[in-house]
Design a protein around this ligand. Structure first.
Ligand SMILES: Cc1cc2nc3c(=O)[nH]c(=O)nc-3n(C[C@H](O)[C@H](O)[C@H](O)COP(=O)(O)OP(=O)(O)OC[C@H]3O[C@@H](n4cnc5c(N)ncnc54)[C@H](O)[C@@H]3O)c2cc1C
Length: 342
């Protein structure tokens, strides 16, 4: 229990993706005069969002990480209701190719806008790369890459990068994890995905709603016309290479990637021509097998250290949201004696 006289309970959250921002907004909302919580979110990226990523190429706007999301849990449904009411998200379709009646949601203006909208109410510093999580005698310290920058001290830490990156931060700070946590986390690995972004001179010939989802296709697992989706002013297509092909081409240069997909891309696009093309590599696109818990209390000394992100619980956008929520609840339970397990 934090006494007001000791100052607010200070939480540093590493990562301003959906998990980190959900944890942050939950903690900010739970802060009271009696149990004040001081939250700081840091991210190494130029902007917030992580894998909720949207890029501009000329007049084109393309989602190049997550493309859409679905809703299964009650907790996520409640948040999505609010986002729908605020006009941040919209229903995109009820299936790709085959209509199954199950809503798929898009974010108005591109997936990254959801992160920007969530970040409005919380202190976030971008372009700040943590390089170590260090346990001190009384508090944690998060050290940064720029040697000139002072570490941030915290009573609690929530780390939301993909697990292998979080493990590097813990190792760099000589943090010892409780129980068998280290072993459990060392076993986690992620799919790689290569994304190809193309601005076109005319609309591609894709069936409604302008996207193909093909988990078993050998070349492209997902193809999306961002103009038909309603986020780009001009024709622009995102291609996600299959997990197998992404892994096979990972160490090849961009020219080799283009050559390997050229025929399939031409067939998919029909008569449309490419104006500009960019390639983005996601080393940690999604966990191969997420941990069963929505978040992990990895250490309790000198204060709670909670690991979260889409590697925990259900994966994907909904999993990241639920993990952020669960992490915040763990901190609240430890810091105020309130909160419930999620
Ligand atoms: C190509 C692709 C397609 C996808 N498609 C879908 C989809 O259609 N539907 C769906 O539901 N999900 C999809 N996903 C998954 C979804 O995007 C993720 O599950 C979700 O966005 C993860 O959120 P997160 O907060 O856990 O992680 P992230 O968004 O990765 O956030 C982690 C953050 O930590 C930051 N960080 C890392 N290390 C440090 C450090 N040392 N210091 C400071 N900051 C650091 C990163 O910059 C990042 O912003 C897709 C993902 C990819 C890559």
């Amino acid at each position: 229990m934090t006494e007001a006289t000791q100052g607010p309970h200070r939480v540093v959250i590493i990562g301003a993706g959906l998990a980190g921002l959900t944890a942050a907004t939950t903690l900010v909302a739970a802060s009271t005069e009696r149990d004040p919580i001081d939250v700081l979110v840091v991210d190494k990226g130029r902007s917030v969002g992580g894998r909720l990523a949207t890029r501009r190429i000329g007049d084109a706007t393309l989602d190049h990480g997550a493309q859409f999301f679905t809703v299964r849990s009650e907790a996520f449904a409640m948040a999505v209701e609010r986002w729908l009411a605020e006009g941040v998200v919209e229903e995109w379709c009820r299936g790709f190719g085959e209509v199954d009646g199950y809503p798929r949601y898009r974010v108005s203006g591109g997936m990254n806008r959801l992160a920007k909208w969530l970040a409005e109410g919380v202190p976030v510093v971008t372009r700040r790369r943590a390089n170590a999580i260090i346990p001190g005698p009384d508090r944690w310290a998060v050290a940064y890459e720029a040697a000139a920058r002072e570490p941030d001290e915290a009573d609690s830490i929530i780390a939301t990068p993909p697990v292998p990156q979080t493990l590097e931060l813990l190792q760099a700070g000589a943090t010892v994890l409780d129980g068998d946590t280290a072993q459990r986390l060392a076993a986690m690995s992620y799919h790689k995905v290569i994304a190809v972004l193309a601005e076109l001179d005319r609309s591609p010939e894709l069936p409604p709603p302008g996207a193909l989802q093909r988990p078993d296709h050998p070349v492209f697992s997902f193809v999306s016309d961002n103009q038909a989706k309603g986020i780009s002013e001009v024709p622009a297509v995102t291609f996600h290479l299959s997990h197998e092909l992404s892994a096979r081409l990972w160490d090849h240069d961009n020219e080799a990637v283009r050559a390997a997909i050229a025929d399939e891309m031409a067939t998919t696009l029909g008569p449309a021509n490419i104006v500009e093309i960019q390639i983005q590599r996601w080393r940690y696109a999604g966990p191969i097998r997420p941990d069963g818990e929505s978040s992990i209390l990895a250490a309790t000394r000198p204060g709670p250290l909670v690991l979260a992100g889409d590697g925990f619980g259900g994966s994907k956008v909904e999993g990241a949201f639920l993990s952020g929520l669960s992490a915040a609840e763990r901190i609240l339970a430890a810091a105020t004696g309130h909160g419930s397990e999620h």
